[in-house]
Design a protein around this ligand. Sequence first.
Ligand SMILES: [Zn+2]
Length: 218
Amino acid sequence: MTTKNNRPPLPRSLQKKRKMNIIIRIALCCLLFALFLVIVIMWGERIFPMPRFSPKSFVAVQISCYILFMTLPFLITGVPMKLIDSSWSGIVSNVEVKQSVGTYWRTLGRFNVYDKQALILTIKKDDGKSAKHTATSVGEALKNTMGILSAKTDLPNQGKITDHINDFKAGDRVHKYYGFKYLYIAPSAEGDQKRCIVCGHNNDNQRAKCLNCYCDLL
Ligand SMILES: [Zn+2]
């Protein structure tokens, strides 16, 4: 069953997953906010001490420090920035590989740099607007396929973008689902692979669940 534009409906399990993700994110934000508030009330004077014989204007500086400190829970959990998202559909008009410099953990507290490559799509959305979308970057591909721990010892870029370069081509119809990072590509030919919208892994067309993250496929 499909809706208009052949946009597949989101499976119930993924709707549930999305709801849980949002709830967890907001709950974590509230928890951190409460924790930070207690810290400010209990130890605020010690963390941001008032100088002796402080001028009255310093109170403003101190209050600003408190306010900045209290925005940290929002920055850490991404509320509401990461919750502002939307569902849309469109057609890929251009695919390009962008090269930049990325960093990854080598050993605790040490960063290494590597050549980061990202697959950038230009998409003409159904509402007429044109948008750029990062479909895959090799750092992410590594995190999803090998786990974050392996990033500490291995260079996260062993030509991995080549695994994804053929994921998209101009003319592909793509669907973005609110709360999910990866685009779904409408299959155009027999034997096309199915892309997981949770982790970006390409799966065999016959599969019902993703081989990488075991989530339901569209
Ligand atoms: Zn997956």
